[in-house]
Design a protein around this ligand. Structure first.
Ligand code: GLN
Length: 540
């Protein structure tokens, strides 16, 4: 290994959805709190190069990093927990691995050789794992292997882990997250599935060093002893991972179980100071003891699968805590919203958020929600497509541009108030070709956004092809829609707000990606604050 970086591999057994992402993020948080620099990487065993072209129903939200990589939503958890940005190297997919191996093969880098899963694919995986450790930026790299042990797709990853455990035995450990189910008929917790999943790992040549056992009930000493004995781990390496009230409790629970301490011991690293987690604990305390309460609506077309809006709902939680308020989110399906039911559906809300999205499904409902928020002075936050809907609504109902639209939906509309960006016109491939990642935005003095951010120049992350059409800017400005944020280089309108409305903001970028526990996003904080004020004025 090129430097002293240590590697922790997190694998999952028995079933999916045990929370490897949250466990990895919690462990990283504890190590960070002990003074170590840690980062987390996700290895996804699917063949898509990235999740950018996946339907959210398949995969939940697509998270975007500063460097413009479309990634798995777990990277959002990593950033929210650690408050450190991730990048391209933090998410590797089988698609990416094969793409680069095949590119190398075409270039002739393996001339004369048969290109095989072992060693070529596994070498590429090992290279990607070590990439994050190479610059010496991190003491510890935590690599989460997607999927469940035994899946055919993840075999090359497990083999890469086996090789690294063998080659760098003092610098690598495996934490295996498993399930200890409770059988109510027997009134007992059962360890057999865990034993089997460890056996399966052993078949692949990997002995886990630590077992984190998801359970609904306490793991008593007897059970811990049994698991330790059957799975060849030390007693203190059997960690109880009891169901938590909130994901934000997990680092605290893992600290109580001393997961971080055991990890450091096994990596032969000094324990250093004990993590105080002062800010983190203050956050969870406020989360559990809100002083106020408000309700906002989230209007989107994927609301059946809440993971599609993960970063938005987490940003709302952060902003609620920052306002000492509980925030109830009413999830509203945009396809079901019409002029006839909009009043009934939205009348009890103190804030309306229209979500991002692609394609025509649900757009009329989103536009109805915008009209309702605009006409009734309800705080409004439109994100990406949500902002575009606000522009379309204003064009149709205030400027009287009949059938104004985005050219994404109506290519030949007379009023293309949202249109394809110039550089997008020559794009023919769908994957990874949107306007992606962080761009600068200059805020207009004295605007709502400049108040919220309390600065003039911001950087926010984008993921879109269409954009406000500056050809119509004057008409909008004359009638009270203000471009309160612009890209300083290109003049693209990145934020709009309304002159005659208490709090109405649309952003072409996605503020939700940058909200963290320690740094809740200023726009979400201001949105929740506005909703509390609206509530006080109207129902208080
Ligand atoms: N579909 C719109 C575009 O491509 C908005 C994208 C989004 O909401 N992320 O511009």
């Amino acid at each position: 290994m090129s430097n002293s970086t240590k590697y922790v591999f997190v694998t999952g057994g028995v079933t999916s959805s045990l929370g490897k992402g949250i466990l990895s993020a919690s462990l990283a948080k504890l190590l960070q709190a002990r003074g170590y620099t840690a980062t987390i990487q996700k290895l996804d065993p699917y063949i898509n190069v990235d999740p950018g072209t996946l339907n959210p129903y398949e995969h939940g939200e697509c998270f975007v990093t500063d460097d413009g990589t479309e990634t798995d939503l777990d990277l959002g958890h990593y950033e929210r927990f650690l408050d450190v940005p991730t990048s391209q190297a933090n998410n590797v997919t089988t698609g990416k691995i094969y793409q680069s191996v095949i590119e190398k093969e075409r270039k002739g880098e393996f001339l004369g050789k048969t290109v095989q899963v072992i060693p070529h694919i596994t070498d590429e995986i090992k290279h990607r794992i070590q990439l994050l450790g190479k610059n010496g930026d991190f003491d510890i790299v935590i690599t989460e292997i997607g999927g469940t042990i035994g899946d055919i797709e993840s075999l090359p990853y497990v083999e890469a882990v086996r090789q690294m455990m063998w080659e760098f035995e003092n610098d690598c450990i495996v934490v295996h997250l498993t399930l200890v189910p409770y059988l109510s008929a027997a009134g007992e917790l059962k360890t057999k599935p865990t034993q089997h999943s460890v056996k399966q790992l052993l078949e692949f040549g990997v002995q886990p060093n630590i077992l984190c056992c998801r359970t609904e009930h306490e793991l008593d000493l007897k059970l811990r002893r049994k698991i330790a004995k059957f799975c060849n781990v030390s007693m203190n390496a059997v960690i109880e991972a009891k169901d938590a009230e909130s994901i934000y409790d997990v680092p605290i629970l893992m600290q109580e179980e001393e997961l971080d301490k055991v990890v450091l011991e096994k990596l032969h690293l000094p324990i250093k100071s004990s993590p105080s987690l002062t800010k983190w604990k203050a956050f969870t305390k406020k989360l559990k003891n809100p002083v106020m309460e408000t309700t906002v609506g989230l209007i989107g077309k994927y609301v059946e699968l809440k993971d599609s809006y993960k970063s938005i709902s987490e940003a709302i939680i952060h902003a609620g805590v920052s306002n000492n308020s509980k925030v109830n989110v009413k999830w509203i399906h945009s396809e079901k919203l019409t002029e006839n039911n909009v009043h009934n559906e939205l009348k009890d809300l103190n804030g309306i958020l229209v979500a991002p999205g692609f394609g025509s499904r649900g757009i009329p409902g989103k536009i109805c929600a915008v009209t309702y928020a605009r006409e009734n002075n309800i705080p409004f936050l439109g994100i990406c497509l949500g902002m575009q809907c606000a522009v379309i609504e204003f064009a149709r109902n205030v400027l009287k541009f009949e059938d104004a639209h985005t050219t994404e939906i109506s290519e030949y509309t007379e009023y293309p108030v949202i249109s394809l960006m110039e550089e997008q016109k020559k794009v023919s491939n769908f994957g990874g070709t949107m306007r992606l990642g962080a761009y600068s935005c200059e805020l207009k003095a004295k605007s709502l956004v400049s108040k919220a951010y309390n600065t003039e120049l911001i950087k926010e992350r984008h993921r879109h092809r269409y954009e406000f059409n500056n050809q119509f800017l004057k008409d909008f400005e004359k009638n009270g829609m203000i471009p309160s944020g612009k890209n300083p280089k290109t003049g693209l309108v990145e934020i709009i707000e309304l002159k005659n409305h208490p709090w109405f903001i649309g952003t072409q970028f996605h503020p939700e990606y940058k909200s963290t526990v320690i740094n809740p996003h200023p726009l979400f904080v201001a949105f929740i604050d506005a909703s509390l004020k609206y509530k006080e004025k109207n129902n208080g």
